[in-house]
Design a protein around this ligand. Structure first.
Ligand code: KIV
Ligand code: ZN
Length: 531
């Protein structure tokens, strides 16, 4: 069996989802999880796009071991230099240069002709190669390019030193047979193609990203560029879990393998969804809540007789360990420490003590503490480190409600060591809490979206609340977790208003749509606080 290299771009293309915005510490957390997932390459970001992104890419390059760490750059010297500065500390660095090959990109975006565009690309590639031994070259909008011109570009970038050449379906225009044929044409026509890894990068505008990626693999591509949960620009990118599981489940057809540890898929999906504030749709292939739920009587009967009747993937192969109850209030420090180490966390003593305290309080309320709960507790502690005392923190809340009465919330927030309090009525208890928080802050926030999801399936499950709020043209995400959903919601709201407060005050960079493709940076409607 031949190997397929898995290149994850959740932190770069995935982060181009409108509104999704991670701070460097969050990006690092996702990168560490991607390394546990054992992807071959992590595209950590686009360092020239913002100082926050540069910082995140550098942090990942310096700290994450195992996968190749990739930084994106346009075919522009400054981009390439900045990308190299960000990743030069990595165990295995790679600069990823991209330039369009379709006439519409060459003429309309750059005002060039094909030859001039090719020269620009080759210059950039040679410069990148002078800094970094591994260079990936992407022929942006390849699927809408003239195949003969594309083949000639591919041949020349290989001759100039590219080690990976990527063929993107940038606008999700390709269909599987045609895209497969394009890859076959390159394999047959480009004489030096065996010197490099041929890669594909498919977008999902027609819902064909996974199918196109698999067709390319069948025809000779050996690197697949994907994102977790299929996140990405517009309709997203090929979903990593779908591509990897298709290759694994249909070994009989594909005859390939990847290095991905599929038992980390679910955990990665949950982490990405939570940190990006992008819930996974219930019927999403592989990682959706219903992906393994059999509701029809006939199916349930079959499953009970033999799982193979209606199940092509074992949930445990994705790390869905239904009954893997791990810890209880009596488990003690040692067991919790073992668990966190086994889950890949490297906590300092001070952090571990905070995790243990929170664990005891969660274990008090829940009989069983699952891996997903431990993940949440650890992440809360890690990210609490980012909070500074000049931001609001939830101190306490109290709700008075009853049949036919408008709920009333009394909320206390702490800021600069001072406790501030307000009381408000609302349409429901959560509305009352949010209004009381607005009163304390002295600003109205529009609630754009609000969701609560249970982490595990028991009645005492931890709930994760996700809120999106807007104010003065800014939009921000907040998340909170607790066994008490009112508390989770209040925490999420406080996080969001802190972020917006920083943005309004101009204390943090406003990422928004990134500087890309030669375009200038525009004012972002969405944003996050950069740590
Ligand atoms: O979609 C695309 O073409 C890209 C390139 C930068 C690889 O994201
Ligand atoms: Zn893309």
């Amino acid at each position: 069996m031949e190997r397929i290299f898995v290149f994850d771009t959740t932190l770069r293309d995935g982060e181009q989802v409108p509104g999704a915005c991670l701070n460097p510490r969050e990006k690092l957390e996702i990168a560490m999880q991607l390394s546990r997932l054992q992807v071959d390459a992590i595209e950590a970001g686009f360092p020239i796009s913002s100082p926050g992104d540069f910082k995140a890419v550098k942090m990942i390059a310096d700290k994450v071991k195992g996968p190749t760490i990739v930084a994106l750059a346009r075919a522009v010297r400054e981009d390439i230099e900045t990308a190299w500065k960000a990743i030069q500390g990595a165990e295995k660095p790679r600069i990823h240069v991209f330039l369009g090959t379709s006439d519409v990109h060459i003429q309309k975006k750059f005002g060039l002709d094909r030859q001039k565009a090719l020269e620009r690309g080759l210059d950039a590639l040679r410069f990148a190669k002078s800094l970094c031994p591994e260079v990936e070259y992407s022929t942006e909008d390849a699927s809408r390019s003239d195949p003969d011109y594309l083949a000639s570009v591919v041949e020349q970038v290989i001759a100039a030193g590219a080690t990976v050449v990527n063929i993107p379906d940038t606008v999700g225009y390709a269909v599987p047979e045609q895209f497969g044929a394009l890859i076959a044409l390159l394999i047959n026509k480009v004489p030096n193609i065996d010197k490099i890894i041929l890669s594909v990068h498919c977008h999902n505008d027609l819902g064909l990203a996974t199918a196109n990626t698999l067709a390319a693999v069948r025809n000779g591509a050996r690197q697949v560029e994907c994102t977790m949960n299929g996140l990405g620009e517009r309709a997203g990118n090929a979903s990593l879990e779908e591509v990897v599981m298709a290759i694994r489940t249909r070994k009989d057809y594909f005859d390939f393998y990847s290095s991905v540890n599929t038992r980390e898929i679910m955990r990665t999906s949950i982490l990405v969804s939570r940190l990006m504030g992008m819930p996974v749709q219930a019927n999403k292939a592989i990682v959706g809540a219903n992906a393994f739920a059999h509701s029809s009587g006939i199916h349930q009967d079959g499953i009970l007789k033999d799982r193979a009747t209606y199940e092509i993937i074992r949930p445990e192969d994705l790390g869905i360990t239904d009954h893997a109850m791990v810890l209880t209030a009596r488990s003690g420090r040692h067991a919790l420490k073992d668990k966190t180490v086994q889950m890949g966390y490297d906590l300092q003593d001070r952090e571990f003590e905070q995790v243990y305290e929170r664990f005891l309080s969660v274990a008090d309320k829940k009989k069983q503490v699952y891996d997903q709960d431990v993940d949440l507790i650890v992440q809360e502690v890690i990210f609490a480190d980012l909070a500074d005392s000049s931001l609001y923190a939830l101190e306490s809340y109290k709700i008075i409600t009853g049949n036919g009465e408008a709920p009333e919330a009394k909320v206390r927030l702490r800021k600069n060591e001072v406790v501030l309090e307000a009381v408000s009525e609302g349409g429901g208890p959560i509305d009352a809490i949010f209004k009381a928080i607005d009163k304390i802050v002295g600003a109205f926030h529009k609630l754009e979206d609000f969701q609560v999801q249970a982490v595990t399936e028991t009645k005492e499950a931890m709930g994760i609340a996700t809120v999106w709020v807007s104010r003065e043209g800014f939009r921000a995400l907040g998340r909170g977790a607790s066994t008490d959903i009112l508390k989770a919601s209040a925490r999420a709201y406080v996080e969001a208003i802190n972020r917006i407060g920083c943005l309004v005050a101009g204390k943090v960079e406003r990422p928004g749509p990134k500087k890309q493709n030669g375009a200038t940076e525009s004012k972002g409607q969405s944003a996050c606080v950069q740590a």
